[in-house]
Ligand binder design. Structure first.
Ligand code: B12
Length: 300
């Protein structure tokens, strides 16, 4: 489309707002990429030719096999380096939404919970199904935490029940009811045959069935939170959960979300006292639960 400047007949071209980029290997914009894959064939020159044919079909031209290693007698792992001609208009890619809630300090989280609930907020966490990858959920729940942040067990006003690995949905529902959980945190790392999606959906359905009269998360049923590195392709609505957390999640993001979702009208106020007096990340967090369902000194 051409625009007309008022009062003149000179056509004005619309400004080019594109920001075209392409991959960078040796020199800016040379289009060079590297990818790795495994083929179900023995290593050798014929296998290399198969890898190059695949690379060509994927748009790499020219391409070269820079690494090929046998994976047992019947498989070969490849790294292929090649040039693509594809262009990306970076300007057309929407900026991802910012987090819809503020990142709170441990002290602010504790104060918000105490003010709104006058008891500890109870969180029950587990790896469900056959999944035994507990490192992720432990990073969020255990005191040792993740990326320099302490986990939810450290928060004085959060009682953590970490059920560990390979927990069945029935066991999780039962424990969440017994603990009167405010939130249920589930981790799924194994994604073979979409196990993470099936298990999470099954978990959500079980909780929705168990609390049929619930009005919303936190009102008649626990908040349902799923986490793991490979949930990128789905939404909360697809799985029936309230929130999904992905790669690199830190405990503070989860704690802040719990406050946002379960105590929505609560926000840290100026009369909460100076920082560092209690509940901050440097605070010892006394009175915490055992991390296995113990009541702790400040029971509910
Ligand atoms: C350590 C590990 C193991 C350990 C697990 C020990 C343990 N106690 O957890 C052991 C050796 C037992 C193991 C076993 C297996 N593993 Co393994 N394992 C890994 C490995 C190397 C690291 C995973 C990890 O600890 N990441 C670090 C944590 C911190 O990251 P994270 O889990 O993503 O968690 C973060 C976020 O995702 C998020 N998050 C995660 N969960 C939650 C939950 C909530 C509520 C929230 C809010 C956030 C959150 O927060 C965390 C911090 O940011 C990965 C490969 C890799 N590099 O990722 C393979 C990997 C996950 N394993 C794999 C496989 C195949 C297996 C086995 C099937 C192997 C086998 N044939 O036996 C078994 C399965 C065992 C089972 N029943 O589950 C595959 C899975 C492939 C797939 N498509 O699913 C991977 C990807 C390796 C691979 N490339 O093939 N594994």
């Amino acid at each position: 489309m051409t625009l007309q400047t008022p009062g003149t007949h000179t056509p004005v071209e619309p400004a080019d707002t594109r920001q075209v980029i392409r991959p960078y290997g040796d020199t800016t914009g040379d289009g060079l990429v590297q990818m790795s894959f495994t083929l179900p064939i023995p290593a050798g020159r014929r296998a290399d030719a198969a890898a190059l044919q695949l690379a060509g079909k994927m748009g790499l031209d020219p391409a070269s096999v820079v690494h090929a290693k046998p994976m047992g007698p019947h498989f070969t792992f490849f790294i292929v380096y090649g040039k693509v001609g594809h262009l990306i208009d970076y300007a057309s890619i929407p900026v991802p939404e910012e987090r819809a809630y503020p990142l709170l300090t441990a002290q602010e989280v504790n104060q918000a919970i105490r003010r709104a609930l006058n008891r500890r907020l109870v969180v029950v966490g587990a790896c469900i199904g056959t999944d035994a990858h507990t490192v992720g959920i432990d990073a969020i729940l255990n005191v040792k935490g993740f990326a320099g942040e302490k986990g939810l067990e450290y928060y004085r006003e959060i009682q953590v029940v970490n059920m560990g690995a390979q927990v069945t949905v029935a066991e999780l529902v039962e424990r969440a009811k017994a603990e009167d959980a405010d939130a249920v945190l589930v981790s799924q790392v194994v994604t073979q045959r979409n196990a993470h999606l099936h298990n999470t959906k099954q978990m959500a359905a079980a909780f929705h069935a168990e609390y049929p009269t619930a009005v919303a998360a936190g009102i008649g049923r626990p908040l349902l939170v799923a986490g793991g590195p490979r949930f990128d392709t789905v939404t909360e609505g697809d799985l029936g959960v309230d929130r999904i957390f992905g790669k690199g999640t830190t405990p503070a993001e989860v704690a802040s979300y719990l406050v946002h979702a379960l105590l929505p009208d609560d926000a840290p106020s100026d009369d909460d006292g100076p920082p560092g007096q209690e509940g901050g990340q440097d605070d010892a967090g006394g009175g915490q639960g055992t991390g296995r369902g113990g009541a702790g000194e400040e029971g509910r």
